[in-house]
Design a protein around this ligand. Structure first.
Ligand SMILES: N[C@@H](CCC(=O)N[C@@H](CS)C(=O)NCC(=O)O)C(=O)O
Length: 264
């Protein structure tokens, strides 16, 4: 049966920049997921204030080319699931065994539900001014100072409640490193499997011949970290891991040739 016609997808990224990855890992993840799924989309800036779940990214699905009248959807994973359920792109995990699915979920959770909070701490607490002037760049001074302080206070509460703010700087850094070491170990293994099998192009985090749902997530976090200046420790960690850099570069080169890439 033929796939249903793709609706017009407008992706709201929250950043005014175009033709490049953004600091948000979830935005990069969703873009990678759409592109791996073979879907096209247009990009708008948008804002969490207009997002259906109050967070970026969100999309608008519309049968007509003009934005503004369609159905808005939030949450990168739920958006991808909906597009799979509607028959617009394939489920990347369809061929996985239950154990492989568990591994895929574990990788996603490591980044989205653990590393993300350490990354927020590094960005919002350790590098506040760079963070503020990047994510709130569209808000003019002096309102930005005020909005920045509100955002800072909110982040502090979230991070304290979640727990990552209860660690010392050293303890937090060690846990951030540990997460990236784990990702690196998987990618080193996958790269050598791909080499042994004579496969060119991207290699994938679970080590198979095809991407799984975890890959857009891993790519999104790497691309985000290499596309901003507010997480210098993370950038240093990643740049010190050749397999991680190569993984992201190969995915970028295959799926994002129209985007500017980070410098090597
Ligand atoms: N589960 C969400 C997480 C999205 C998320 O946390 N986005 C951040 C940007 S990286 C955000 O919008 N933060 C703004 C806020 O929380 O107000 C997804 O996968 O889309």
């Amino acid at each position: 049966m033929a796939a249903p016609t793709q609706p017009t997808i407008t992706l709201y990224r929250g950043f005014a920049i175009r033709g490049a990855h953004v600091p948000s890992p979830f935005v990069n993840k969703l873009e990678a997921r759409l592109r791996i799924g073979g879907l096209t989309y247009r990009v708008e800036t948008g804002s969490p204030l207009h997002a259906p779940r109050g967070k970026l990214p969100y999309i608008e699905l519309s049968s007509a080319p003009a934005a503004g009248d369609g159905e808005k959807l939030g949450d990168s994973a739920l958006i991808a699931r909906r597009l799979v359920e509607d028959g617009h792109m394939a489920d990347l995990n369809a061929g996985l065994t239950p154990v492989e699915r568990a591994r895929d979920l574990a990788v996603r959770a490591l980044l989205e539900d653990r590393l993300y909070f350490f990354q927020c701490r590094e960005r919002w607490i350790d590098n506040y001014y760079v963070m503020r002037d990047t994510v709130l760049a569209q808000i003019p001074y002096p309102i930005r100072i005020f909005v920045g302080l509100l955002a800072y206070r909110n982040q502090k509460n979230v991070l304290h409640g979640q727990g990552v703010l209860r660690f010392t700087d050293e303890e937090a850094a060690a846990q951030r490193h540990e997460a990236w070491e784990s990702v690196n170990a998987m990618l080193v293994d996958s790269r050598s499997k791909a080499q042994a099998a004579g496969r060119d192009g991207p290699f994938w985090v679970l080590g198979g011949a095809n991407p799984t749902e975890a890959d857009p997530v891993v790519f999104g976090f790497i691309a985000g970290a290499l596309s901003c200046k507010m997480a210098p420790d993370t950038e240093k960690i990643i740049r010190g891991m050749p397999a991680v850099m190569e993984y992201a570069r190969r995915i970028h080169d295959r799926y994002f040739s129209d985007y500017q890439r980070w410098h090597d």
